[in-house]
Design a protein around this ligand. Structure first.
Ligand code: AMP
Ligand code: MG
Length: 344
């Protein structure tokens, strides 16, 4: 009897030691760590990919960053790259079809669907008009702020018909049947790239990721900063103060994309001209300071935020409801009033 008690203690101690060794070996005792990678070049913006895991995510993040750079190269309209890209397609307008990567074809197909959904407000074939505004924005940086000539705008607008985008699925080629036409996928490419990165993250077995491509946010899972995890939180920026947020919302397995007049613009005689152009007026719309869209797909949220920035509220709400369940939007009007999609 005398020896029984110490024997129980001894067994208990052995069990504890065994459990501790098991925990060490399986790593189940470790708490998740944060891993981040930054990119300052792709899509001409600042991107950040964040992951939480108990395992080292450095290699996975490097793979995602490499994919981001590939997407940037494919959709570049200013520089040729080692593979045919959108600039190659534009340079060959009216001359010959270009064999392209499947990702270019899929973004073009998506862009055509978005043009239909947004009733023509988002049009990838608007390149000739957008480049006139782009040139003026560039000139303004060297102190010569001017607006594009009306007759130049009207002439360019004659070359924006997307039915001239000829996609040959079998040959994997794209041909622009109007030699003065050019493509610009700036309204959707970052969104589509984020969706592709998220798919890759899933393939790699990641389960807690936030992709931020210049403010285009997309998340996978929740934020596994603890074993139980918490919500990823996304902010809607105050257009008057870039440092602060007007709203913060949980964002798990969802996308949040904003189009705003404060993002890229230039000024002529004290008036702001944003980088988003209404295909009807050929001028930047002035209805809102920003429009933010919440949706499952980042590509869809990206296309919708640009379209809703152009559309009046009634049209915008109709387009949003046609985009499907689960899409929500927040409009910040010029006087600071806030409108929500759910509000009657
Ligand atoms: P976002 O910041 O997503 O709203 O997209 C703005 C970018 O899309 C611009 O910098 C242009 O490259 C391009 N863009 C501007 N207006 C349009 C439009 N109406 N349709 C298609 N692309 C546009
Ligand atoms: Mg967009």
């Amino acid at each position: 009897m005398k020896w029984e008690k110490p024997k129980v203690y001894f067994n208990f101690l052995c069990a504890c030691l065994l459990l501790w060794i098991c925990a060490l070996l399986t790593g189940c005792g470790a708490s998740p760590k944060k891993y981040t990678i930054m990119n300052y070049e792709a899509f001409d913006t600042v991107s950040e990919i964040t992951a939480y895991s108990t395992e080292d995510q450095t290699e996975h993040l490097n793979a995602l960053n490499a994919l981001l750079e590939e997407w940037d190269s494919l959709f570049d309209i200013y520089e040729e790259k080692e593979i045919p890209n959108l600039k190659t397609v534009n340079d060959c307008a009216g001359k010959k079809p270009v064999k392209v990567d499947e990702r270019i074809l899929s973004v073009l197909r998506f862009g055509l669907t978005m043009e239909h959904l947004t009733e023509g407000r988002v049009n990838m074939a608007l390149g000739s008009v957008l480049s006139l505004w782009h040139d003026c924005r560039m000139e303004a940086q060297s102190g010569k702020a001017r607006l594009p000539e009306q007759k130049e705008l009207l002439a360019a607008a004659g070359h924006t018909d997307s039915s001239n985008i000829m996609i040959d699925e079998k040959a994997s080629t794209v041909y622009l049947a109007d030699e003065k036409m050019s493509l610009d996928v700036g309204a959707i490419a970052k969104g589509c790239a984020a969706d592709a990165l998220l798919e890759k993250a899933k393939e790699l077995g990641m389960d807690s990721v936030m992709i931020n491509l210049g403010g285009n946010l997309l998340t996978l899972g929740n934020k596994k900063n603890t074993k139980a995890g918490t919500d990823w939180i996304a902010g809607i920026q105050d257009p008057e103060n870039m440092e602060s947020y007007l709203y913060k919302i949980p964002l798990n397995n969802m996308a949040l994309v904003t189009s705003g007049d404060y993002q890229r613009f230039y000024e002529v005689d004290g008036k702001k001209y944003s980088h988003i152009i209404d295909p009807e007026t050929l001028y930047p719309p002035e209805l809102y300071k920003s429009v933010t869209v919440y949706a499952e797909s980042s590509g869809l949220a990206d296309a919708l935020s640009t379209a809703l920035f152009i559309a009046d509220l009634e049209d915008g709400k109709r387009i949003l409801s046609e985009a499907g369940d689960g899409c929500e939007a927040v409009w910040i009007l010029q006087d600071g009033t806030v409108e929500y999609s759910g509000k009657e």
